[in-house]
Design a protein around this ligand. Structure first.
Ligand SMILES: [Zn+2]
Length: 106
C-alpha cells in the first residue's frame, strides 16, 4: 500500500516533468536545444518543494477523528499526499488507529 502510493507519486512527478519538457528553447529569433533534464530536474525539485511546504503547513492544523472524537496533528508526509475534500482529509488517527475523513478544526 505504501509502496504503491510512493510509486504513484513518483510517476505523476516524472510524467509532469516530461510533459512540461520541450527541449527546444526560443529566445528572440534564436533557437536552441537543451537536454531534457535541464528542464525536468528543476520542475521535479519545484514540485517536491511545493509538496513538502504544503505538508508542513497542513500538519500545523488540528484534525478531529470522527471515530473517537480526539484531536491530533498529522505528520507532514501524511498530510502532503492524502486525499481531501475541501479542508477535511483522510487521515489515520494516532489514538484509535482508524483511517477516516477527519474534519479540520477551526
Ligand atoms: Zn480516532
Amino acid at each position: 500500500m505504501k509502496k504503491t502510493k510512493i510509486a504513484m507519486a513518483l510517476s505523476i512527478l516524472i510524467l509532469t516533468a516530461l510533459v512540461l519538457t520541450s527541449c527546444e528553447v526560443h529566445f528572440g529569433n534564436n533557437r536552441a536545444y537543451v537536454q531534457w533534464y535541464v528542464i525536468a530536474v528543476p520542475v521535479i525539485v519545484f514540485v517536491i518543494a511545493c509538496l513538502v511546504i504544503a505538508g508542513v503547513v497542513l500538519s500545523k492544523n488540528t484534525y478531529v477523528c470522527p471515530e473517537c472524537g480526539k484531536r491530533f496533528h498529522p505528520k507532514w508526509y501524511r498530510a502532503m499526499l492524502t486525499p481531501h475534500i475541501n479542508s477535511d482529509r483522510v487521515l489515520k488517527c494516532p489514538h484509535c488507529g482508524k483511517k477516516s475523513l477527519c474534519r479540520k478544526e477551526d
